[in-house]
Write a protein that binds this ligand. Sequence first.
Ligand code: IPE
Ligand code: IPE
Ligand code: MG
Length: 263
Amino acid sequence: MKVKTALNLLRKNASETKTPERLPRHVAIIMDGNGRWAKKHKMSVSKGHRQGTETLREIIRHTDDLGIEALSLYAFSTENWNRSEDEVAALMQLILDFFASEIDELDAKNVRILILGDKGRLPEKQRETLLEAERRTQNNTGLRLNIAINYGGRAELVKAAQEIAVLVRNGTLRAESITEETLADHLYTRGQPDVDLLIRTSGEMRLSNFLLYQNAYAEFVFPETLWPDFTVAEYDKALGAYGKRDRRFGGRTADDETEMEAP
Ligand code: IPE
Ligand code: IPE
Ligand code: MG
């Protein structure tokens, strides 16, 4: 009897954590709420950020286990330089610690790392670490892990416009031939699918300059949970919600079409 109960429990858990049927190809996450988490626990803000990296590890692992194609994480925005020197220093240190502890496992799992953002303004150590992570994993063919550091969506679009302008100026491209694809090809995420699902934790409901072009048709989910408390189960819930969304892209779903055609 006892064995049977245990088995039933196992089955129940398995069905609850069942992989959603329609998974996004590209998930983007704005990892927000570290500061509020730290305040709630009467800890320093850097402890909050450190706790946030624990969530980060689990979410990356789970995304990889699910076989999702691309995951983009907002780690540091161009606007985050406005924070105190101490907080910026703590975040910069976390970047080094994160790669030091994770790079072997990520590489072994065939994860391909890409940094979104301008590495030019980062301290040399951080810049070298990020370049090395990209270089080391560039031929990997598994999960595409994009980490946005010193990233701004508008800055990314300006960079693309400048690169395209140079091609027009030197005669490689005609202005009339510029398409949406041309622009997409000059973004950090070139070659990757658009974002299908955007998750922002902590109850805030804004993009904060994240992947402005790529999020054009993304489905948004805004869990209330602060990032350090965000769990794999809540992530699955967001993926499940995505699976139920009716993505129309301006058109009509098949059901709608039949109803409309009825006399
Ligand atoms: C997000 O947490 C992490 C970064 C911006 C690096 P916050 O630090 O913004 O957390 P809150 O919004 O203050 O709670
Ligand atoms: C966005 O969060 C940036 C990251 C999560 C890295 P912020 O907390 O900086 O955004 P705002 O200031 O609330 O819009
Ligand atoms: Mg915030």
